[in-house]
Design a protein around this ligand. Structure first.
Ligand SMILES: Nc1ncnc2c1ncn2[C@@H]1O[C@H](COP(=O)(O)OP(=O)(O)O)[C@@H](O)[C@H]1O
Ligand SMILES: [Mg+2]
Length: 267
């Protein structure tokens, strides 16, 4: 059965897209059939990091102008990729029905997918929360700044109180060392534990890295291009840990909902 991982942060600019792209490529290289959905509708940019140029966007599929398989393009290592589209003003604020339709689009690829990674828009909007709540695992990207702590806290609080999620994995980005990452995580966890009954799970760190920044400029993701780098081993660790992390089993609208997929097949 396909599993889904939402990459979220609350705050923008903390490395969510870099994490989503590189982790997806790590999974693809583990021989997992992986799809990346750039759900930052209207402001999607993961295709730039991947170095692909999608012909169709999710908005085209929703309008019936392209099938989901036409919208999925192929990136490095056989990674499948679907983009929410950029510069599409009408996609910036998805209504409830469109969010539901978007999540259900992926039922069609349930049998051909092992892992779906979702790059969730920044903020704690209804759209961000819907994609977080629809996934089996949530990876929260944190940086060691009070603004990131606050926004990640708000996201976790909303996902817990509004959608009943209890398990969150945390990765600390742009750190000087693993020790510093763990210190940031411990501090964040102690704040969260004071107010919320949720389970946080540290899955790793990513150093502040010129090499990573450069990989975005050259459109050659580190997880494909620089296997000898420390960044690559960090992504590998994060990837393995997130696959082993506790999953959420809420009753709401979910990616690859077994019952819905079953009914669609039967009907
Ligand atoms: N570990 C890192 N080291 C250095 N720069 C980073 C790192 N992670 C992300 N960045 C840079 O930070 C910026 C924002 O990253 P991005 O992945 O687009 O974040 P988000 O999707 O959260 O907005 C980009 O310029 C990216 O190159
Ligand atoms: Mg982004």
């Amino acid at each position: 059965m396909a599993t889904s991982i939402a990459v979220a942060s609350g705050k923008g600019g903390v490395g969510k897209t870099s994490m989503s792209v590189n982790l997806s490529l790590i999974f693809a290289q583990m021989e997992k059939r992986t799809t990346l959905l750039d759900a930052d509708f209207g402001m999607a940019n993961a295709h730039i990091l991947l170095g692909v140029k999608p012909e169709y966007f999710i908005s085209d599929t929703l309008k019936g102008n392209a099938s989901i398989s036409q919208t999925l393009c192929t990136g490095p290592k056989g990674l499948k990729f679907a983009s929410g589209g950029s510069g599409l003003i009408d996609m910036l604020n998805l209504d409830k029905k469109t969010r539901y339709q978007t999540i259900r689009l992926f039922d069609e690829i349930a049998d051909d997918t092992d892992i779906l990674v979702v790059d969730v828009p920044a903020g704690a909007s209804d759209s961000s929360l819907a994609f977080v709540a629809a996934a089996d695992a949530v990876l929260v990207v944190l940086v060691g700044e009070p603004t990131s702590f606050l926004d990640a806290y708000s996201l976790i609080k909303a996902a817990h109180l509004e959608a009943g999620l209890c398990n969150f994995s945390v990765v600390v980005n742009m750190t000087q060392s693993e020790a510093q990452a763990k210190a940031h995580y411990e501090k964040f966890n102690s704040i969260v534990q004071k107010f919320l009954e949720v389970n946080l799970n540290y899955v790793g760190h990513l150093p502040l890295s010129n090499r990573l920044r450069q990989s975005i400029v050259t459109r050659k993701p580190i997880s494909v291009d620089a296997k000898d780098s420390r960044e690559y081993s960090c992504f590998q660790k994060i990837g393995k840990n997130i696959l082993n992390s506790p999953k959420n089993e809420t009753g709401g609208i979910r990616f690859f909902d077994q019952q819905v997929v079953h009914n669609k097949r039967a009907g």
